[in-house]
Write a new protein. Structure first.
Length: 330
């Protein structure tokens, strides 16, 4: 099992510098209770996905279907809630069905990837389009409003001891995910398989079962995020989580979780999540056009991946020691 990198003093220092700079640039706007609450609520939805998808990355896989899975689960929950007259029982049934679909999506991705030995990137990308198409079909590509469910309203906007329920729920999910990754045999096996699949297989670990399990966890938390998002917005639309795949991937990689598996920590991923949330919030407050926001996020992904590969090669002794171009002898 490789060393669990990804948490260092550099990340909190980076966050403090960014917060200080934005506080100076946006006095009385950025560092306010309402704005900080907006950031926290935004990252809570992403954070639930980060907790589950981190298992797939640590195991050496990748899940690009989480946004579509979230949308399908949220739409399913809303449709069932409406069909049962906005009753609490109907909402609970919708939540259970939405979570079940998330598990099925993860199980599908994992089984196709491991039983047919197909690249996880290709499988999850294809599954993303399939699941998105299903979500668009059941909603007729429209927006479904759901304002009259008491349980949905509590989940989306309710508070527990003055703290938004979404924040409390996210902290519970984070605590569970951290415990599984750091204090259970399954978590150690996930790191071991991601760090060295061949050695893990020789040591008797069932890498196929472990890998499929990580995709099931990823699908489950993606569905959970979609349900929370629909409760918060009190509506369902097939494209409501379309950009979440990229946001979660950026948070994970910037937070120190390696795309090659076996390295990183959930604590580091949380700093990556906060960094992404603050940057997105700042771009909105600064009035940056949405097209430039996508551009900046894309550049951030490329830089994060480049830094990840460079650090990995350096740790493995593969760092380039010679210039790209040699000077010709005179």
């Amino acid at each position: 099992m490789k060393k669990k990198l990804g948490f260092s003093l550099q990340k909190p220092i980076m966050l403090l510098i960014l917060v200080a700079a934005l506080s100076i640039r946006l006095p009385g706007i950025f560092l306010t209770v309402n704005n900080l609450l907006n950031i926290l609520l935004a990252v809570c939805i992403w954070g639930i996905m980060v907790c589950g998808t981190s298992f797939a990355l640590l195991n050496g896989g990748i899940d690009l279907c989480i946004g579509s899975t979230a949308a399908l689960a949220g739409c399913t929950m809303v449709l069932i809630t409406i069909a049962f007259g906005y009753s609490t029982a109907g909402t609970i049934l919708g939540i259970v069905c939405g979570l079940g679909l998330g598990v099925l999506c993860g199980l599908f991705n994992g089984c196709i990837s491991y039983y047919f030995a197909l690249p996880a990137f290709v499988v999850s990308l294809a599954a993303k389009n399939i699941v998105l198409g299903i979500a668009q079909r059941i909603t007729n590509q429209g927006t479904i409003i759901c304002m009259h469910s008491d349980l949905m309203n509590f989940i989306g906007t309710g508070k527990v001891l003055g703290v938004p329920f979404l924040v409390v729920f996210f902290l519970i999910i984070f605590a569970l995910a951290w415990f599984v990754q750091n204090r259970t045999t399954f978590g150690k096996h996930v790191y071991a398989v991601g760090g060295n699949p061949l050695a893990s297989r020789y040591s008797g670990l069932n890498s196929r079962r472990i890998g499929i399990s990580t995709y099931v966890i990823s699908g489950f938390t993606a569905a959970l995020s979609g349900i929370m998002l629909s409760c918060f917005n009190r509506q369902a639309v097939a494209t409501q989580a379309g950009s979440y795949d990229g946001n979660v991937l950026v948070a994970l990689v910037v937070g120190g979780i390696s795309l090659q598996g076996g390295e990183g920590s959930l604590a580091g991923a949380m700093f990556g999540l906060l960094l992404l949330g603050i940057i997105n919030n700042a771009m909105v407050l600064l009035g940056i056009d949405s097209t430039y926001q996508d551009l900046i996020q894309g550049v951030l992904v490329m830089i994060a991946v480049a830094v990840d590969v460079y650090a990995r090669n350096k740790n493995n002794g593969l760092k380039r020691r010679r210039p790209l171009w040699k000077k010709k002898n005179a």
